[in-house]
Design a protein around this ligand. Sequence first.
Ligand SMILES: NC(=O)C1=CN([C@@H]2O[C@H](COP(=O)(O)OP(=O)(O)OC[C@H]3O[C@@H](n4cnc5c(N)ncnc54)[C@H](OP(=O)(O)O)[C@@H]3O)[C@@H](O)[C@H]2O)[C@@H](O)CC1
Ligand SMILES: Nc1ncnc2c1ncn2[C@@H]1O[C@H](COP(=O)(O)OP(=O)(O)OP(=O)(O)O)[C@@H](O)[C@H]1O
Ligand SMILES: [Mg+2]
Length: 350
Amino acid sequence: MALSPRCGAIRACRRVLERAFSLRKVHSIKDMENTLQLVRNIIPPLSSTKHKGQDGRIGVVGGCQEYTGAPYFAAISALKVGADLSHVFCASAAAPVIKAYSPELIVHPVLFAEGGNEGPLSSNKTFRALSSDSPSAVDEVEKWLPRLHALVVGPGLGRDDVLLRNVQGILEASKARDIPVVIDADGLWLVAQQPALIQGYQKAVLTPNHMEFSRLYDAVLRGPVDSDDRHGSVLRLSQALGNVTVVQKGERDILSNGQQVLVCSQEGSSRRCGGQGDLLSGSLGVLVHWALLAGPEKTNGSSPLLVAAFGACSLTRQCNHQAFQKHGRSTTTSDMIAEVGAAFRKLFET
Ligand SMILES: NC(=O)C1=CN([C@@H]2O[C@H](COP(=O)(O)OP(=O)(O)OC[C@H]3O[C@@H](n4cnc5c(N)ncnc54)[C@H](OP(=O)(O)O)[C@@H]3O)[C@@H](O)[C@H]2O)[C@@H](O)CC1
Ligand SMILES: Nc1ncnc2c1ncn2[C@@H]1O[C@H](COP(=O)(O)OP(=O)(O)OP(=O)(O)O)[C@@H](O)[C@H]1O
Ligand SMILES: [Mg+2]
């Protein structure tokens, strides 16, 4: 339907007002230090009176035959940031590979893909039980949910329909238990197909890259992203999803909960190797748990999830910066993960 000139002018006017409104709420560079201070406030003290698990039990749902690095990066980053236990719930074919990367991860081969895309383990008993009865994958993860503080859903998941149906069930079970969820990568593909899955869920954080953001925006707002108005676009997507927190990654990360917009421009580098987003989502899983535990008193009234997201963005970019100083063009995500401890100390333990 063609727009009348008057209708077009009203829309343009509304866009200008919305932009001005959102920009007023954008953090200036000098506010970055204040926000980093809020991140420092949510970090739990290390104490000899605590027991294993108290500083975080995080689950990563992801990993299929093609992608084993992404869930590994997310889960090991959660541990390096300070979680006590890190679980990976993945497809059978991915499990031995992920286990071989690290003895520190607890790996559950509970997801399955359509058409026997499960590699050498496809004939084992667990796989047959799961592949003949799709809900049991959800049951397998649900058994662990009461013991988990946060889930990171999507790194290396792939887009197999059956596998995504498992994940839909896992998301529904997590919401029913009020468990915080960070949704990334192929988890965002699922949300773009079914935005109702996380609509209005106040403990969800979405971490789209450029492509994932466009896909989500188009699915939810039924139109293309205004590339001249990144702040407004992130704000509008968050609002349309019922104030779910959205982190749009890029040259600068733009974060919004539909009320406030933060910008993270912590210095990183020009090295764009794959896996940096996985480091971010795994770190965010821990920080979301810490932020919700600390509550809004510690975040000075700001949304705990926004503060957590700002912390994860700053940390990832600082790891990138430090790794690049040492390795230059050959920097990989493993080099960045090796910097998590030093980057964390520099940003948050000053
Ligand atoms: N080691 C592993 O196991 C890793 C596995 N991973 C896993 O891979 C799976 C798929 O994830 P994904 O991000 O590759 O998928 P998707 O959303 O289709 O985007 C791909 C396309 O988007 C574009 N594009 C991206 N950024 C852009 C930009 N700024 N500006 C413009 N365009 C941009 C770009 O298009 P191109 O330039 O190629 O035309 C690119 O090809 C997922 O499971 C993930 O977790 C990764 O985590 C990495 C480490
Ligand atoms: N142009 C850029 N300049 C500086 N930092 C960037 C740039 N683009 C992305 N980043 C940073 O890289 C990190 C990962 O973002 P990216 O867009 O690469 O995610 P991703 O595509 O999901 O990564 P992955 O390869 O893990 O899937 C974020 O911390 C983001 O701030
Ligand atoms: Mg990604």
